[in-house]
Design a protein around this ligand. Structure first.
Ligand code: 9MR
Length: 639
């Protein structure tokens, strides 16, 4: 067992859950000092703004619908604002095309003031079309207007790579006019992660894998990628491998029209960015999830895969289930042969807290306890064939899990243990996933440990698959309490390390969590480690992985320079004004000569790629650097 050292001192020194400047903290081996904080405000740049003083800017109507005017009645800022009238559906509204304006995969922040009549939930949403031609829609943030101006602010988003027709748009629940003013998009602040603190995956390597869940947009900032590479050796796509993300409705319906009702087609486009990242960085993947009542469209269970079709029979659904599972595994094997899919959640959340199956029915039609699987099968008898098919088609080395939340509710623990023992006897299951969405108030660590013990006694593997611990008290004391429960839960996992093969945190930083308002994770919005991080490594051996500070002897030293690469304006900082200055230089030069800028001054801050020529490529590189891409600015060092 690990022994606690100077935990309280550490807690007192770390930051709270808010967008504060980055600080650098090293963890000394004896944990005995108070860490010095160095702050620097990360920079943001305005990429687009519209105050509608002189026109409707670049806003158009969704699907060409709506009348757009600039009106001067009661603008939010200045004299005018944008009015969108003649809407007939909730999703009609003003949209802004982002293609060629924003860089794919880079994080931005949008904000606007909005207004609609009566009581209206005005949403800022996003749409894009993926490489297979499927349109994706997501609500980014909303605000309730009762005829007054309300702000939708701090909306973090990114345009995925390889998509087209990406829009930000506004919608509201009825056909009232929507008013927009003071719309703005800025680059998101780029934070540096703390490289000088221990890596969680290294600290826990004697016990189990340490992982995280991530969504495509969450993975966009370089800092998130750095954090994952440093701390996690397992990654779970948070939504991107769920049935609703990969079922291809059009292809399903096309096959059904040709007479094949039982071969659900899949398209993994939405998971590609995460899977590419795992492949390129050699990170193992937890697949999540094959068979679930939620985030699985109702049409999957209906005749002809039609929204208004009748429910299919159990026989048809069994064939659909088998082919779906087969197609998922085959597609992943074909497209990602080198990625280690070491675990898959085969069935998710089939038991209620009272140990009974869910209610039969469509998602959300009368409560969240409904399951279309139960509707078709009558009970939980769909679980066994799901594992049979997963066993049949999963790649070698991929372990199969039943996954659930609230597993520490005694009746639920028993139901899961009974089901798991039965499946184990038949050789169909490898492990039990404990989601572990906890709160500082519930459950206690000892109740949690009881479930962990019961699951480990089945002889199956256990993985903690979605760990996060919310706290409503975001004071220093609140975070200490959170850290204590985190520490106790991780202690329990270490105690049962013979059974536990992975602990996965459900996210990266607090602000991106699905429970963001109650700060449930180990890292703050600015990527600094929270008390909980320090608490879970406290008392464990910290592997010596610090990079050596000795200068290598056989590398020639570089000449000293009196400028900063990229600091075109020579004011001591590299920022957007340097990009503007470089752009102006290039335009001037291009207009005065035949070609680009061959022969221009080389050994200067402008030659950011260091090839001896100042050209458009230097501006592109500088731009990439400013928006936080993983690139380095250099300078011309001679032949
Ligand atoms: O993290 C996921 C979040 O982005 C989705 O909005 C949400 C929708 O249900 O699903 C979240 O992930 C869930 C996971 O798949 C299963 N266990 C509960 C998780 C949190 O809701």
């Amino acid at each position: 067992m690990k022994k606690k050292k100077l935990f309280a001192g550490i807690v007192g020194a770390v930051m709270l859950c808010s967008a504060l400047p980055a600080i650098n903290m090293a963890v000394p081996a004896d944990y005995s000092s108070v860490y010095a904080a160095e702050s620097s405000e990360p920079q943001t740049t305005v990429v687009y703004s519209a105050d509608f003083e002189d026109g409707t800017n670049d806003f158009t109507g969704r699907d060409g619908i709506g009348t757009f005017n600039v009106v001067s009645t009661d603008a939010h800022g200045g004299t005018n604002c944008l009015e969108c009238s003649d809407r007939t559906k909730g999703w009609h509204g003003p949209q802004l095309l982002l293609d060629n304006m924003l860089e794919p995969g880079v994080e931005y922040i949008a904000g606007a003031w909005v207004k609609a009549a009566w009581y209206n939930d005005v949403k800022m949403s996003m749409e894009y079309t993926d490489s297979e031609g499927t349109r994706h829609f997501s609500n980014l943030k909303s605000a309730v207007s009762q005829g007054d101006w309300v702000e939708i602010s701090e909306v973090k988003f990114s345009v995925p790579k390889n998509v087209t027709n990406a829009y930000i748009y506004f919608e509201c629940s009825d056909s009232a006019n929507i008013y927009v003013d003071d719309f703005q998009i800025t680059t998101a602040p780029v934070y540096e992660i703390q490289q000088d603190i221990p890596s969680l995956k290294d600290v826990y390597s004697p016990y189990f894998k340490i992982g995280g869940a991530v969504t495509t947009s969450e993975l966009a900032p370089k800092s998130a990628q750095d954090l994952i590479k440093k701390h996690y050796n397992s990654l779970t796509p948070g939504n991107e491998l769920k049935p609703e993300s990969i079922l291809d409705k059009t292809a399903c319906q096309e096959l059904a029209a040709q007479g094949d009702e039982t071969n659900p087609q899949v398209d993994i486009a939405s998971a590609r960015e995460i899977l590419d990242f795992c492949r390129d960085n050699n990170i193992s993947v937890r697949g999540h999830v094959l068979v679930w009542h939620s985030q699985t469209p109702d049409w999957f269970f209906k005749e002809n895969f039609a929204d208004d079709g009748d429910w299919v029979t159990k026989e048809v659904m069994l064939k659909r289930m088998e082919n779906y599972i087969k197609n998922v595994f085959e597609t992943l094997e074909a497209e990602y042969p080198t990625v280690d899919f070491y675990a898959w959640d085969v069935v998710n959340e089939a038991w209620l807290d009272d140990g009974k199956p869910r209610q039969p029915g469509e998602q959300g039609s009368s409560g969240s306890n409904n399951s279309a699987w139960v509707k078709i099968f009558g009970d939980n008898s769909f679980i066994e064939p799901a594992f049979e098919y997963a066993r049949k088609y999963a790649p070698e080395g991929c372990k199969l899990y039943y996954n659930d939340f609230n597993e520490y509710m005694p009746a639920k623990t028993t139901a899961i243990v009974n089901m798991a023992n039965d499946l184990k006897e038949k050789g169909l299951i490898d492990g039990i996933g404990m989601q572990s969405h906890l709160d500082v108030g519930f459950p206690t660590a000892s109740d949690y440990e009881k479930a962990l013990k019961a699951f480990s006694e089945t002889g199956l593997d256990v993985q903690i698959t979605e760990l996060d611990i919310t706290t409503s008290d975001t004071s220093e004391a609140g975070f200490e309490t959170q850290a204590k429960l985190y520490s106790d839960i991780m202690d329990a996992c270490v105690k049962y390390a013979d059974s536990v093969s992975a602990v996965v945190f459900w996210g990266t930083t607090d602000d991106k969590s699905w429970r963001a308002s109650r700060c449930p994770l180990l890292f703050n919005e600015d990527f600094t480690a929270k008390p909980a991080y320090y608490a879970i490594i406290d008392g464990l051996d910290i592997p010596a992985t610090e990079p050596t500070t000795e200068a290598p002897t056989d590398v020639p030293t570089e000449p000293e320079i009196d400028f900063i690469p990229g600091d075109v304006k020579e004011d001591g900082v590299v920022n957007v004004f340097d990009a503007v200055a470089l752009r102006e230089t290039l335009i001037l030069n291009i207009s005065q000569s035949d070609g680009l800028t061959e022969g221009l001054l080389a050994a200067s801050a402008s030659d950011t790629n260091g090839n001896g020529t100042i050209e458009v490529a230097d501006l592109v590189l500088l731009h990439e650097y400013l928006v936080g891409k993983d690139v380095e600015l250099t300078y011309y060092k001679g032949e």
